[in-house]
Design a protein around this ligand. Structure first.
Ligand code: NDP
Ligand code: GDR
Length: 330
């Protein structure tokens, strides 16, 4: 039985990946950072909370990572943990660097010191392209990050490449473009919009405050993207891959799709709030997934319309369930 250790197992991708690996017959260990309350709702939602074996640890604590590797003895390690919200990275730049940049070298060192045969996946990001240097971004496009988060991820990316070249580790970096789902954190724009659409439709709010709705993103479905992570670690040689849909859409158009799904017009509800603009913006991202499609046999299966409608429906269902629950508790 193969085993995997996932850092960030309570996050969107960690939960989908844990489910994917459990379905493949893996023994799945999840590194879990201590919090005052457990954040397991995604694993509960997917019905796998009892099947994941949790190990307490933190990316900023090397000794906890060595301990986790000794307990789990994994064949594969997926490093998905990060301070992952771009907006917060301006407010907490040092924490972002400690977790999202230094955390990666901590984990690579833990692997180097315990078992060099472990296969390693690093969650890199299209945010590294930032001020884009080519209209369509591929593995060879130069990077130009625009946020403390993007800068931290760039370190994580290059240290992964460096450990592969220096120590012959099987280390891969997946440069993933935005991917969303009903399990997306509420602070990210797609989920903020679909949650608001459900609330507006249910009469619980009337306005939605957004920042730059002219920004363009290449959005895919998280459930499709975790398969690409796994495929990277099944190849004969380690490499880096862009994972994207090859289509880009404005936040404005994404809003239109979400509101239209419930018969509403976004223009009646969206309010532009200058406070939500970022100090430095990434205006447009468009990924070229040709290498992942050719070498991994991977392809995106979910259109943006399908994805956004799935998220709106899920938020509507959640609100209905919450309102039933509150009636029962009266
Ligand atoms: P989430 O924000 O949903 O999940 C982040 C996870 O990291 C959570 O489980 C969180 O735990 C954990 N974590 C945070 N700090 C620490 C720490 N110090 N030690 C251990 N664990 C920690 O992110 P996603 O699932 O969306 O993304 C997964 C990874 O992929 C991230 O690295 C992200 O930067 C990257 N990425 C994401 C993309 C996307 O579009 N989703 C695109 C490209 C890259 P807790 O819940 O307890 O705080
Ligand atoms: P991003 O995702 O920064 O691309 O990072 P996010 O959904 O936060 O922003 C996308 C774009 O929408 C614009 N925007 C708003 N964003 C938020 N969050 N809230 C708003 O109200 C709002 N209004 C407009 C933003 O300015 C931006 O242009 C995500 C994260 O998952 C990263 O961890 C990951 O690396 C990248 O995707 C790829």
């Amino acid at each position: 039985m193969r085993s995997a250790l996932i850092t960030g197992v309570t996050g969107q991708d960690g939960s989908y990946l844990a489910k994917f690996l459990l379905d493949k017959g893996y023994r799945v260990f999840g590194l879990i950072a201590r919090r005052s309350s457990r954040m397991n709702w995604r694993l509960v939602h997917l019905g796998i909370e009892q099947q994941v074996e949790f190990i307490e640890g933190d990316l900023t604590d090397l000794s906890s990572l060595i301990r986790a590797l000794r307990i789990a003895e994994p064949d594969e390690v997926y490093n998905l943990a990060a301070q992952s919200f771009v907006g917060t990275s301006w407010d907490q730049p040092i924490l972002t660097a400690n977790v999202t940049a230094i955390g990666v070298v901590n984990l690579l060192e833990a692997i180097r010191l315990t078992n060099r045969a472990i296969r390693f996946y690093q969650a890199s990001t299209s945010e590294m392209y930032g001020l884009v240097q080519q209209p369509m971004q591929s593995e060879s496009t130069p990077f130009y990050p625009r946020s403390p988060y993007g800068v931290a991820k760039l370190y994580g990316h290059w240290i992964t490449v460096n450990y592969r070249e220096s120590f012959d580790l099987f280390a891969c970096s997946g440069i993933l473009f935005n991917h969303e789902s009903p399990l997306r954190g509420i602070e990210f724009v797609t989920r903020k919009v679909t949650d608001a659409v459900a609330r507006i439709k249910s009469g619980l709010q009337s306005k939605l405050h957004l920042g730059n709705i002219d920004a363009q993103r290449d959005w895919g479905f998280a459930g499709d993207y975790v398969e690409a992570m796994w495929l990277m670690l099944q190849q004969d040689t380690p490499d880096d891959y862009v994972v994207a849909t090859g289509r880009t859409t404005t936040v404005r158009e994404m809003c239109r799709i979400a509101f239209e799904h419930v018969g509403l017009n976004y223009e009646d509800h969206v309010v532009i709030d200058a406070k939500l603009y970022r100090p430095a913006e990434v205006d447009v991202l468009l990924g070229n997934p040709e290498k992942a499609m050719r070498k991994l046999g991977w392809e995106p299966r979910t259109s943006l319309k399908e994805l956004i409608e799935l998220m709106v429906d899920s938020d509507l269902d959640r609100l209905k369930a919450e309102s039933r629950e509150s009636l029962v508790n009266i």
